[in-house]
Ligand binder design. Sequence first.
Ligand SMILES: *Cc1c(COP(=O)(O)O)cnc(C)c1O
Length: 386
Amino acid sequence: MDLSYIINQLGEERSNYYNAISPPIVKTSNFCFNTVQKLRNNLDREFNVPFYTRGYNPTVAILRKKIAALENAEDSLVTSSGCAAISSAVIANIKAGDHIICINSVYGWTNTLFNIILKKFKVTTTMVEGTTVSEFEKAILPNTKLIYLESPSSFTFDIQDIEQIALLAKKHNILTILDNSYSTPLFQSPLKMGIDIVVHSASKYLNGHSDIVAGVICSNRKLIKKIFSTELMTFGGVITPDDAWLMIRGLRTLPIRMERITESTQKVVSFLESHPKIEKVIYPFSKTHPQYLLAKKQMQNSGGMFSIIIKTEDINKVDLFCNTLKRFLIACSWGGFESLIYPAAVLYNGKKKEKPRLPFNLIRMYIGLEDADILINDIENALRVL
Ligand SMILES: *Cc1c(COP(=O)(O)O)cnc(C)c1O
């Protein structure tokens, strides 16, 4: 199925709604039946038929088809946040006494899931650097049920050898989940490389306009049905029809947004790499990335996010540099139309007992849809404060 078809046509049964080009937002919580027998027939079929919107909604159903096709999956689920997708997919596949292996640089709230929440339910997790396959092999225990990956991870952009780790997991009958938010389905296809379940924070690129929080889960029909009929329906973290409609609209431009963003990012990265006030640029498709060859092998392209380490001994200079930028907004998140900056210096607030994992002079940058030359000028100007 070609990309244009998925984005413009798949799932859109226009003759069912006045041949409208844009699909309706089916804004209803429930659906009625004209006989009790029909209600009875559909009671256990909430996965497939309109019954109650927590289970099935026609607007969300269009989106589910598109997301599944983009990730080369048999089916998908769309959730109220990336975290709802991650926690539902994980908890549906483990029980007390199980063991998980996860990477150190994983998204913060995913770390909380493994090291705080699941610990309460007697599930243990070994955290590994994740840059070599042997680390995973060494961490495997008789009760290991899940390997959780995020490649590349945000902030440090560590990369895991997806194909080899998936092979290792299969050999030991261990399930694999990968957070593919950074790459989008366009730049990395984890299911084709042997991963069992792919999750995304759709708040980032998939929606792409910084106006909703949402997540997706992609896998084979059996695993999707299992997650749906256990954790997803019970925890209830489902997307609203309104937000599903916005994501359908966001997806229409996913390929052109990604094309523009990667082109601009490469220009900005090249500029930064040759700037004397920059100590280091951490970007998967940069030749100086320690896993550059692996990145090139398993990713078709690299997204618009990277980190820089600026040459300074003074944390106040980090603040000053960020405050001086005019075209980059100071904010968390990424994947929208707007360029953003998020300095690790925010972690140095004197309240935390542990020393932050990231150096104070590391700054995460996200390149949006603005003109690359304007962004470069802005950075060049702000670097003068150092
Ligand atoms: C933002 C993010 C999440 C969490 O997603 P939400 O939609 O904010 O719940 C998970 N993983 C990665 C890599 C993220 O960037």
